[in-house]
Design a protein around this ligand. Structure first.
Ligand SMILES: [Zn+2]
Length: 307
């Protein structure tokens, strides 16, 4: 009897030692890594999964797409605290207060829930979406849920439940690195389960709304990139990466731990099949160009007609 109990305990131990849940990335073990997710989480084997490779030449311009309107990101309500969490898979900043996005053909207002990051190692990239096959060093996801639904759990059941904005980071080569303020707090959440409360700070440095160039984005219908992989996400992937210094980028794999001996590294899901989905592009510059071209043609026609 005793040996049977010990045997049962030994069966349980590997899953208990996973700590952060019943799934992992390959740096822990391929047995619970991305290729093993669909067995436990059937939605991860679905046909509209994320991330994807975005082939810019094949993206379809959609004239109905427009700028995303950000509210509360630049001047967050300081009567709330934000919480920085090491959940063993990533670092997540839980955004309390009324921060919303709308516009951009989203159809309704979406409330911010959290932002988190996907990174590689100090020598290999770790972004999730690739653009023309290129993987960026790090990718940030700003997760919002549709205010037409009761809560996040309800929103996850609908294809328009979540709006996630993806922002890429690139290593600065010209000393033009931005400040990513939250990096200074990573030392307080070194271990899995650690939490640290911080006062809200402006996120204008990392929100792509400063210039028209940085507002260009790709849009497609996809899923969460972690189990349970719900196909409930309207993705907006910004084209222009934000430059960070090498030290800022390395702070993630160097500081954050999964356990005492293991750093959190390469916490990205490999790209998924497009399966016939359309990737749309919003490019305010090209829209302006097309408008100018149209005006030119009309001008020339009118000139020819009246002369
Ligand atoms: Zn993510």
């Amino acid at each position: 009897m005793r040996s049977r109990i010990l045997f049962l305990i030994s069966l349980l131990l590997p899953s208990l030692s996973l700590g952060a849940g019943d799934w992992c990335y390959d740096f822990i073990s391929p047995n619970c890594g991305p290729s093993a997710w669909p067995a436990q989480h059937p939605q991860c084997g679905g046909s509209s999964q994320s991330p994807i490779d975005i082939i810019t030449k094949k993206a379809t311009p959609d004239p109905k797409l427009s700028d995303i309107i950000f509210k509360g990101y630049m001047d967050p309500d300081e009567s709330f605290d934000w919480t920085l969490v090491n959940n063993g898979h990533s670092v997540k900043l839980v955004l309390n207060g009324s921060i919303t996005i709308s516009g951009g053909k989203l159809g309704s207002t979406y409330k911010a829930d959290n932002l988190h990051f996907h990174w590689g190692t100090t020598s290999a990239p770790g972004g999730e979406h690739t653009i023309n096959g290129v993987q960026y060093p790090m990718e940030m996801h700003l997760v919002h849920w549709n205010q037409n639904y009761r809560d996040m759990t309800e929103a996850l059941k609908h294809p328009d439940g979540l709006a996630v904005l993806a922002v890429m980071f690139v290593e600065s080569s010209e000393g033009d690195a931005k400040d990513l303020d939250l990096i200074q707090y990573l030392k307080h959440i070194k271990n899995e389960g650690d939490k640290y409360k911080i006062k809200p700070f402006t996120l204008e440095n990392i929100i792509p709304s400063e210039s028209s160039k940085s507002k260009e984005y790709y849009r497609y219908q996809g899923s969460l990139t972690t189990p349970t992989c719900n196909e409930a996400v309207i993705w907006t992937v910004y084209k222009e990466p934000i430059p960070l210094s090498k030290d800022q980028l390395n702070a993630f794999p160097k500081t954050l731990h999964y356990n005492e001996s293991q750093h959190i590294i390469s916490n990205f899901r490999p790209i998924q099949k497009l399966n016939g989905r359309t990737v749309y592009v919003f490019n305010s510059g090209s829209l302006l160009f097309r408008l100018n071209l149209l005006m030119c043609i009309i001008g020339i026609r009118a000139f020819l007609l009246f002369n």
